[in-house]
Design a protein around this ligand. Structure first.
Ligand code: NAD
Length: 410
């Protein structure tokens, strides 16, 4: 199987070729600007000291400060971080945010850490990457394995070192520290909006549509909530331990999950993650990790539409199989862009020290994402390319144009 970085580079190469950009453009666009690897020592509660690898990649700063999540996951490495930072670059450009792209993380399983250990690790990681982050430089946010609590610790560590409060250094913070209303649900809201639009493009009434969601974390849960509000039926969800069907509502299932730590709410039936991917539904939403839809799993997919809530959930082989089957794939850089759009709103609110209400945020999210969806759909029809190719071409062209306009220093 291709690595996430090889896949991301292949997608970029295709966009560069389709846009007929030069070899010089390819060199500039395919090279990450800044890569930092740090050792993060952690004193465990029992007094032992352990070392963890931490990463921060600023793939591009051409259109503005770099922006991207912080992932705590045992399998994360530098190549994957570069790939995810590259995706952030095209995502921010596609949605016309004044940002470049970044990503970071620590190779650690947060489930093995106590709260105090998680705090110490987060703070030490922040202090190790401190010289290269900041509201005008690079703005981290939550990703897999991190949440608003980690962002609060990062903001505090940065602020203590600056000597004053700097809320704009991270997004996805608690509301009381300068976070934005609507940020928690934003990625899921964006996935739900993208799903609704893809259904309409395919001539399917959203209120009669069925959906299966792989991954029941921040993205999967809020996507499910957003879709239920729009009248769609979520028939199955899963987490790392497998999936369930037969629940009454997503909120009821979530409440059970919060209380018991499993998805086995009364009345539910179990299914495996493979069975979930192969369900007879209108829409399949991978919202867990990379490489869910592969040459192995794609042939059994029966959904008419795949909406990529996760980053890079489809391998190039899986993508080719879905294309042959006529499945409409809403690519990650469009489908899950709601998170970074509302992160941008949070950053703007922090800069202004003036906060918007929830309705205003949702309306602005809807209109900013809809603009990108319309552009992707239009270019896909005009150029007879897939939505992924269209989204990549729009994002990559904006970055290439910005490079040309800025010129080369010295
Ligand atoms: P999370 O840690 O909150 O949730 C991840 C979920 O995936 C959990 O339910 C976990 O049990 C499940 N999972 C893990 N491995 C699995 C497997 N093999 N099979 C099935 N389920 C599995 O993470 P998240 O923030 O929801 O992120 C999910 C994806 O969305 C990631 O690819 C992330 O990069 C992407 N994303 C997140 C955001 C955001 O705002 N959080 C924004 C854009 C993209």
């Amino acid at each position: 199987m291709e690595s996430a970085l090889e896949t991301a580079r292949q997608q970029l190469r295709r966009a560069v070729d389709q846009l007929q950009l030069s070899e010089n453009d390819w060199q500039t666009l395919s090279t990450p600007r800044r890569i930092l690897e740090v050792a993060v020592p952690l004193r465990r509660d029992n007094g032992n000291v352990e070392m963890y690898k931490g990463f921060r990649v600023q793939y591009s700063t051409t259109r503005g400060p770099s922006k991207g999540g912080v992932r705590f996951h045992p399998d994360i490495d530098m190549d994957e971080t570069v790939a995810l930072a590259m995706l952030m670059t095209w995502k921010c450009a596609l949605t016309n945010l004044p940002y470049g792209g970044a990503k970071g993380g620590i190779a650690v399983d947060p489930a093995t850490l106590s709260v105090m250990e998680n705090e110490r690790l987060t703070r030490r990681y922040t202090s190790e990457i401190l010289p290269i982050i900041g509201p005008e430089r690079d703005i981290p946010a939550p990703d897999v394995g991190t949440d608003e609590r980690n962002m609060a610790w990062m903001m505090d560590t940065y602020s203590v070192n600056a000597g004053y409060s700097v809320p704009g250094v991270v997004t996805g913070k608690p509301i009381s520290l300068g976070g934005s209303l609507g940020r928690t649900s934003a990625t899921g809201d964006g996935v739900a909006i993208s799903t609704r639009e893809a259904l309409l493009v395919r001539g399917i009434d959203p209120t009669s549509a069925t959906v299966a969601i792989q991954g029941f974390g921040k993205v999967g849960y809020w996507t499910a909530v957003g879709l239920e509000k729009m009248g769609l039926t979520v028939v199955a969800v899963s987490d790392v331990h497998g999936g369930v069907t037969g629940f009454n509502s997503v909120t009821e299932l979530w409440n059970h999950f919060k209380e018991h730590g499993n998805l086995d709410a009364p009345g539910t039936d179990r299914l495996t993650n493979e069975e979930l991917l192969a369900l007879e539904v209108d829409v399949l939403i991978p919202a867990a990790l990379a490489d869910a839809i592969t040459a192995h799993s794609a042939p059994s997919i029966k959904a008419k539409i795949v909406v990529e809530g996760a980053n890079a959930p489809t391998t190039p082989e899986g993508d080719a199989i879905l294309k042959d089957k006529g499945v409409l794939v809403v690519p990650d850089i469009l489908a899950n862009a709601g998170g970074v759009i509302v992160s941008y709103f949070e950053w703007v609110q922090d800069k202004q020290a003036f906060f918007w209400d929830a309705d205003e945020i949702y309306q602005n999210l809807d209109s900013q994402l809809m603009k990108a969806i319309r552009e992707v759909e239009a270019m896909s029809s005009e150029q007879d390319v897939t939505w992924r190719e269209s989204a990549m071409m729009i994002g990559v062209k904006r970055v290439a144009d910005a490079h040309k306009l800025r010129g080369l220093y010295p």
